[in-house]
Design a protein around this ligand. Structure first.
Ligand SMILES: Nc1ncnc2c1ncn2[C@@H]1O[C@H](COP(=O)(O)OP(=O)(O)OP(=O)(O)O)[C@@H](O)[C@H]1O
Ligand SMILES: [Zn+2]
Length: 636
């Protein structure tokens, strides 16, 4: 929970002013959609005869011209041209509005009529086939138009049918070719599954910051190296282990490392691969996988995203998924632990797994693979920076401290983005500012350079963020300010980032109160400078965070006098209305007190608030040390 608070606090200032944001976004999308309308092919194509063949035009992407030429008669209606016309309709997704749809509809109704014998359609059709155009056209004989049209329609019908059949046949062949694992094998008799890598090069040393998980897996490695020896000593082994942790923490890497350390083949598969359009294919794949594994024992079978098969699914594909899951259970039961096949599976949602999967003898052991702590983050950063030229000013300790909550994959990504940015900047090495850029990128999504922010809006944001920053700088127990910015990114119009000095395993009351004060700083600054009538909705997420924190202090950490040391489940229905009321009173008192402290502080240092806001408007981002300097606070 405390970690969570820490994370939330880092993102403080989240969505400043939701309404302004919504306005900016909608105007942006409006302008983009109007520009799309200008470029629309239908409106720009002039009415002219097509000089090239329809086929060429289609090949060059000029589908609209093809449609027009065919429909206005500029192109001869040969079977080939009809095919091109159809392709163009499909390419532009205009089948619905096309003359074709109308003709086919009419054709279909005519055909229906013909089968009931209302018109002698087939006889007249042959007649008109033979007769040159216009021959039968007399006032007395209006048959002409009635006859020719069915011919055209009949031809269209034939083309549609031919193309349809061809499509089905071709896509069937395509599916066979594309599907490497299942259906083709199921039908053609099947070659066996190959290990993903026979000799794994990944070792435990490559996976950083997950020492506890590694310690649990060492036993498996020992076993795989010498199964006989291990079982002779009376060691009892699980068949399946579940690696549980958030995305990108190195679960796949760990599984590969187990195979690498033991020097055994590694079979990779993903739960989503077993999800198939064709009933039974998923089950077949599971069967093939285990058959191959047994032939290659000792070995590792790794199933990523096992929840894709192992969880309760939507009713539509339930039967299919059930079959796959049942097959998996059968396979797990079908070999002895001593056969040398170890199944590792990864999931981020263990709670969703079918209970049958985690019963003894199946995946009965869980290895937790959490996000790395600050030391782990430093090691991961260093490992991924190995192949990258880093500048001397890069301190991985600082970067690691500034990235709580980042997964291993996030950190790998951070180094990548920084290296790309450095390359774009045309410099030879990756510096601290590139890493900072990459961090902001990952934290907040790409900069919203396109959205228009009014000057008033910017000014308000500058004071709002300035308020957060100044309270943080001047409050004992508050986390050091890392950066304040009014560059809009992702959902935020601006933000103040604070970094804990070390990983916070627990926090003092003073620190929590400081957090409340800092959170209030934004709204207080708006009010102080622009007046209570001008305050905005921008503080809504601040207030939400502050309320949640205060409520936790009251109900869970025993930090309010009136509620005392009791721990209360605020969400529970069983909470008496008196207790609930008491909690609410205490929460309000706590928030009011924080508001007052922030207000006193900002009133006292109003000069600094103006200085910070002005500088923010000027340079958009200020580092912690720049902020301190502006306020005349000595840097430690
Ligand atoms: N602990 C770690 N040490 C070093 N690199 C890591 C670590 N965790 C993740 N990475 C990096 O992130 C990449 C993705 O990690 P991996 O695929 O092992 O994560 P995962 O937990 O299996 O993710 P998912 O749950 O999304 O499948 C790795 O290839 C590696 O570059
Ligand atoms: Zn704020």
């Amino acid at each position: 929970m405390l970690r969570e608070i820490a994370r939330r606090a880092i993102k403080r200032g989240g969505a400043r002013c939701a309404t302004q944001l919504a306005r900016a976004t909608s105007s942006a999308s409006a302008s983009s959609s109007s520009s799309r309308a200008v470029a629309s092919p239908a409106s720009t194509t002039p009415r002219r005869r097509l000089t090239t063949s329809l086929r060429d035009a289609n090949a060059r992407g000029r589908h609209a011209e093809v449609i027009e030429a065919y429909e206005n008669g500029a192109a001869v209606r040969t079977e080939a041209n009809t095919a091109e016309y159809l392709k163009a309709l499909v390419a532009l997704d205009r089948v619905n509005e096309s003359a074709l749809a109308r003709a086919v509809h009419r054709g279909a109704t005519a055909e229906a009529a013909a089968t009931t014998g209302a018109i002698g359609a087939s006889a007249t059709a042959t007649e008109s086939d033979a007769a040159p155009k216009g021959m039968l056209a007399s006032e007395k004989n209006p048959l002409y138009t009635q006859q020719l049209e069915p011919t055209f329609k009949a031809q269209l019908w034939r083309t549609v049918r031919t193309l349809g059949t061809a499509f089905i046949v071709l896509s069937g062949i395509g599916a066979l070719l594309e599907d490497r694992g299942g259906m083709s094998k199921a039908i053609l008799g099947g070659e066996s599954v190959k290990p993903h890598q026979n000799t794994q090069t990944t070792t435990f040393d490559d996976v950083k910051g997950v020492d506890e998980a590694k310690a649990e897996l060492v036993e498996i490695v020992e076993y795989l190296k010498a199964p006989e020896k291990f079982t002779k000593l009376g060691g009892k082994l699980p068949k399946g282990l579940l690696l549980v942790g958030p995305p990108g923490t190195g679960k796949t890497m760990l599984a590969k490392a187990v195979a690498g350390e033991a020097g055994v083949p590694f079979f990779y598969s993903s739960g989503s691969e077993f999800e198939e359009m064709f009933v039974g294919v998923g089950a077949r794949r599971v069967r093939d996988l285990f058959k191959a594994a047994k032939q290659n024992a000792p070995c590792i079978v790794f199933i990523d995203e096992i929840d894709a098969v192992g969880a309760a699914r939507n009713p539509k594909d339930q039967q299919n998924t059930r079959m796959t899951l049942n097959q998996l259970l059968t396979e797990l039961d079908g070999f002895k632990a001593s056969e040398g096949v170890i199944v590792l599976a990864a999931t981020n949602t263990p709670g969703m797994l079918d209970k049958a999967l985690i019963r003894p003898g199946r995946f009965d052991r869980t290895v937790s693979v959490p996000n790395p702590d600050v030391g782990g983050r430093r090691e991961i950063l260093q490992a991924h920076a190995k192949g990258v030229k880093m500048a001397d000013n890069v301190d991985f300790d600082v970067v690691a401290r500034g990235t709580p909550g980042f997964s291993g994959a996030d950190l790998a990504n951070l180094i990548n983005i920084a290296a790309l940015k450095a390359a774009l900047d045309g410099v030879a090495s990756v510096g601290a500012k590139h890493l900072d850029f990459a961090k902001d990128r990952i934290l907040m999504g790409a900069a919203r350079t396109s959205a228009i922010i009014t000057p008033e809006n910017r000014k308000l944001t500058a004071y709002h963020e300035g308020g957060h920053a100044l309270v943080a700088l001047r409050t004992k127990g508050a986390r050091p300010v890392h950066k304040a910015t009014i560059v809009p990114r992702g959902q935020a119009l601006g933000m103040v980032m604070q970094l804990p000095e070390k990983d916070e395993l627990q926090m003092t009351r003073r620190q929590l109160l400081a957090m409340l004060d800092v959170t209030m700083g934004g709204r207080v600054a708006e009010e102080l400078i622009f007046g209570s009538e001008e305050i905005t909705t921008g503080a809504s997420s601040d207030l939400q965070q502050a309320t949640r924190l205060a409520r936790e202090m009251v109900t869970r950490y025993g930090m309010s006098e009136k509620v005392g040391l009791a721990s209360q489940d605020y969400a529970s229905d069983e909470l008496s209305s008196e207790t609930r009321q008491l909690i609410e009173i205490e929460v309000k008192a706590m928030l009011d007190a924080a508001y007052k402290r922030a207000k006193d502080l900002l009133t006292q240092h109003e000069g600094d608030l103006h200085t910070i806001a002005r500088r923010l408007l000027d340079s958009e981002s200020l580092s912690g040390s720049e902020l301190k300097e502006l306020c005349g606070i000595a840097t430690a």
